[in-house]
Design a protein around this ligand. Sequence first.
Ligand code: ADP
Ligand code: MG
Length: 279
Amino acid sequence: MSGQVSIENVSIELGDQSRRFTAVDNISLQLRAGEFACILGPSGCGKSTLLGALAGHLHPRQGAISVDGEKVQAPHPERGLVFQHHTLFPWQRVIDNVAFGLKMKGVKRAERHERALEILRLVGLGECGQQYPWQLSGGQQQRVELARVLINRPRVLLMDEPFGALDAITRLRMQELLLDIWSDVGITVVFVTHDIDEALYLADRIFVMSPRPGKIIEEIALNFARPRSPELLTTVEFAGLKRHCMNLLHGGLDVDPVKFSPIGFVNKEGSAKSLEAAV
Ligand code: ADP
Ligand code: MG
């Protein structure tokens, strides 16, 4: 499987001349092929900047980024990017929006429509090909956007708060759909969010960033069983880790690692607390 990501000692500067500042400060992380990684951090900490560099839109001042050993130097469809707001062409039908990447590669119309329909079925929109983007709901538009990126068979899927503009129920459905697709397609995902629940629900590993200049302040491996279901959101383990992440994001850098026992969350003295005390 391809899609191994390596980020080594990466620092990124933004702004012009006298207003130049470090947005991302000396970040290193290695992702396994097929891993689901979340970058979690407060607004303005440099998450989108880091993702932009992974996509090849920005160049680090220091350090190196590579995918499967190849240095990232410029944008490429093998690193598909999905944003909070879709980038669909309003004048094109859904099927043509999805098939756009294939058109750029010179694939003939009948074949690209066939493949676009296949991907539309994968995102649950097999019936919507003839509609225009503005005829769809926000959640459906984001599914088309996802299909549009997936048709290029990327090695790495880069997602920048892709469900941030959706209502809570649609958002949860999209998270479930994304996990289904991810387990089907076997792709590496780098998912940026400031939403703790979202990161805990989706990820194999969470990389928590500090406020600007963004550094990785903690790496959290999640062993929650897969496939995941929304019941996970109400478990004691989930609540304990959520509290831990809240402490990290709200500036408490001296947080003790969370531990769990069969009876719940364990504090630093080793005595078990009730769920109410933990959350
Ligand atoms: P996040 O995605 O975590 O909210 P960003 O990566 O978008 O953060 O931005 C990091 C910081 O850099 C923020 O303080 C933001 O205001 C600033 N910033 C983002 N893009 C630019 C730019 N092109 N020029 C100057 N400052 C920028
Ligand atoms: Mg951002």
